[in-house]
Write a new protein. Structure first.
Length: 286
């Protein structure tokens, strides 16, 4: 077990007073058998009324409702986490933990939302189609997805991109570059081509290699295997996920899980400056 400390600060600064509409915050990690929240804090200025809820994907969501004009919105999430997950799984580990098939009809219905792809196999480069064919063969799915993950890392250059949203997959392929969320969305769409359920994961990564100077959130993919559940793959680092990955929120589409989202009412031509700072550090527990 290792302790992980996270400080995630988001600051909006306006050049004149604005009225904040309710904001939706996805900042609290998934708490379960692999990760436990030892301590958490959420400081928001101006002080809102805060309402917690679970969304349709079982993510923890805080809704912040404001009642006064302001020239700045500052949101600071602090976390101390107990991480129990080991490094990435291997094919041998998956084989040794095999469980018998069960009636999966209810799961099949739920998973349909994670299987729709807008890509056609003919739109993919040859370097991806070979492993995609293997991924569509049930007996080689895990090893093929490992290879696909590595192939996307080799094919698409990682690039810090601070503009919001996710590139279309064909744009990412044409540019040959993208952010972690662009690479994740590409892998999701490729995996879904052969009908495998895949979902987008937003969270943090214990690495300074794939982030700007002030730090950043991270994104990767989870693919559903009927005998093993959701297993993570990170095309930015080119391998299955492990102890460095801290999941916060999941959804079929990245548009559902931005860490902070909301709106404001203002006079015309109001200028806004956004600052995001993320620090993720680990220490061995005593």
């Amino acid at each position: 077990m290792q302790l992980i400390h996270v400080v995630h600060q988001t600051t909006y600064t306006f050049d004149q007073a604005v009225t904040l509409r309710p904001h939706r915050l996805l900042l609290r990690p998934r708490d379960g058998f692999d990760l436990r929240i030892r301590k958490s804090g959420l400081s928001i200025t101006p002080t809102p009324a805060l309402h917690w809820q679970r969304d349709a994907f079982n993510n923890s969501v805080a809704i912040a409702v404001f009642d006064q004009p302001t020239t700045q919105l500052d949101i600071v999430s602090t976390l101390t986490l107990e991480q129990y997950q080991s490094d990435g799984l291997s094919l041998a580990q998956l084989g040794s933990s095999h469980v018998p098939d069960t009636d999966l009809e209810p799961e099949t219905t739920v998973l349909r939302a994670y299987q729709t792809s807008c890509l056609e196999p003919s739109e993919l480069p040859q370097s991806l189609t070979e492993e995609l064919s293997r991924a569509c063969a049930s007996h080689e799915q895990f090893s093929a997805l490992q290879a696909l993950c590595a192939d996307i890392k080799a094919l698409i250059a990682y690039q810090i991109r601070e503009t919001p949203g996710v590139q279309a997959c064909l744009e990412t392929l044409a540019l040959g570059s993208g952010s972690c969320r662009d690479l994740a969305w590409l892998l999701i769409e490729v995996v879904r081509v052969c009908g495998l359920p895949a979902r987008f994961v937003s969270g943090y990564l214990l690495s300074h290699q794939f982030e700007p100077e002030d730090g950043a959130t991270h994104a990767w993919v989870e693919v559903y295997f009927k005998d093993f559940g959701w297993i993570g793959f990170d095309p930015t680092v080119g391998r299955p996920t492990g102890a460095q990955h801290i999941a916060v929120a999941v959804a079929p589409d990245p548009k559902y899980v931005p860490p902070v989202s909301g709106a404001y009412l203002s006079a015309p031509k109001t200028q806004v400056d956004l600052s995001v700072k993320v620090r993720v550090e680990a220490q061995t527990a005593n």
